[in-house]
Design a protein around this ligand. Structure first.
Ligand code: AMP
Ligand code: GLY
Length: 415
């Protein structure tokens, strides 16, 4: 197949690597990609948030499948004109992408579909917010409605900080105050074809910058999969109570969801609750979910894109485990220092069971430089979490980056 992957981060590198690992002779193009992705796919420049530019790019070269990686192009509506022309595209159209693009939209869909989620109240003034904060009590959960690159959510015990967050984000649009839910978090991905869904293996993400879940939220500092501590019926329960009702609700509203339904779940005593939906693969969870997928990814994505998931077998998943540790630049997430040299990449990638997935790297004359906050993910597979952790940390220790940060406790407490 000739496949185009849109995006330039670690998620897209993980997707490209999984497609390449099929050894099916696919022609892989990634736009715009990055220097690390260029080892696995042809990278071409493109403004992926411009629907017309994407349409011209795709129709000029002809693709059997287009996979949209990040949320911004989905919310900008790049999938719609492609789908209108009959091009198989994995990624929801602009309307269904609102499931990620607007938290109030997501709450409305969940309410209409009877999907379990925490209470939430929309506020439109700081005064109104104060009353709602007091009603819910601490810890306070405040969320900006729209896409905010991971910065829109604040969970805090500090009422003053909570009100400041409301005050800042209310200038950009709506703000939600939510009931605080306490429990372990799970990321569960479903391929969706507008009507049916197929689950992937659950993963857990580490959102805070420092060990022991301290410090500010980030895009994600590490992940592991599978989650051996989950009940046996967990995936089936989420399929029945969350994924199917959500997809059917969007279908009934005439905005079918075709792509990756990311269910961000929390498991308080009372049962499974949705804390967020995303409309694309998660980063860094994808780095641990896709390497363990034994079924060909291209066929599954194509089945979703063409509305034929009901004819697709359940996905085969390897028996081993995967752990990923993210290397971030100094001062990430506040104001990452970029442009510094990266060393030891070849040595790190040579550790058995390890692969490097690039997020923000650039190669110039054989030297590598970090160009963003989250720089790369070290992914390790092994028979056990202890062995996978050992491999991941052995590899990351071989990488040099002045001021570089990573968590040392990824998958540490997994039984
Ligand atoms: P989100 O971007 O909505 O996934 O939120 C980022 C992180 O904030 C989540 O991964 C949770 O750790 C935390 N969070 C979000 N909503 C809640 C909630 N209602 N209760 C507790 N923690 C939450
Ligand atoms: N790792 C969280 C996300 O992809 O949104």
């Amino acid at each position: 197949m000739k496949i185009l992957v849109l995006g330039s981060g670690a998620r897209e590198h993980a997707i490209v690597k999984a497609l390449a690992a099929e050894n099916a002779g696919h022609e892989l193009v990634c736009a715009p990609g990055n220097s690390g992705i260029a080892a696995d796919a042809r990278c071409l420049p493109l403004d992926i948030t411009d629907p017309q530019a994407v349409l011209s790019f795709v129709t000029e070269s002809g693709y059997d499948l287009v996979v949209v990686g990040p949320e911004a192009p989905l919310v900008a509506g790049v999938a719609d004109p492609l789908r209108e022309r009959g091009i198989p595209v994995f990624g929801p159209g602009k309307a269904a992408a609102q499931l990620e693009g607007s938290k109030t939209f997501a709450k409305r869909i969940m309410s209409a579909a009877g999907v379990p989620t925490g209470g939430a109240t929309r506020v439109d003034s700081v005064e109104g917010a104060a009353a709602v904060l007091d009603e819910y009590g601490a810890p306070y959960v405040i969320k900006a409605d729209g896409l905010a690159a991971g910065k829109g959510v604040l969970v805090t015990e500090d009422r003053v900080a909570a009100l400041e967050h409301v005050e800042f984000w209310i200038r950009h649009g709506e703000v939600l105050i939510e009931e605080f839910l306490d429990g372990p978090e799970v990321s569960l991905f479903f391929l969706a074809d507008g009507h049916n869904v197929l689950p992937l293996s659950p993963a857990q993400d580490y959102k805070r910058i420092f060990d022991n879940d301290e410090g500010p939220n980030t895009g994600g500092m590490g992940a592991y999969s599978p989650l051996p501590w989950l009940d046996e019926g967990f995936v089936a329960e989420v399929t029945e109570t969350v994924a199917i009702p959500t997809v059917r609700q969007l279908e009934a509203e005439g905005t079918p969801f075709i792509g990756l339904l990311y269910c961000g779940l929390i498991l308080p005593e009372a049962g499974i609750r949705v804390i967020e939906f995303n409309a694309r693969f998660g980063d860094p969870e994808t780095q641990v979910v896709l390497p363990r997928l034994d079924s060909p990814l291209s066929a599954a994505l194509l089945a979703a894109a063409t509305g034929t998931l009901s004819a697709h077998e359940p996905l085969d998943v390897a028996e081993d485990v995967a752990v990923t540790v993210v290397l971030a630049s100094e001062n990430y997430p506040e104001s990452p220092v970029t442009g510094r040299e990266l060393t030891g990449l070849v040595e790190a990638a040579a550790v058995p069971g390890v692969q490097l997935v690039h997020a923000a790297t650039e190669e110039r004359d054989g030297r590598w430089f970090a160009t963003g906050g989250r720089v790369l993910s070290v992914v390790a597979r092994a028979e056990s979490f202890a062995a996978a952790r050992e491999r991941a940390y052995e590899a990351i220790a071989l990488i040099g980056l002045e001021g570089g940060q990573f968590r040392t406790d990824i998958a540490e407490r997994v039984a």
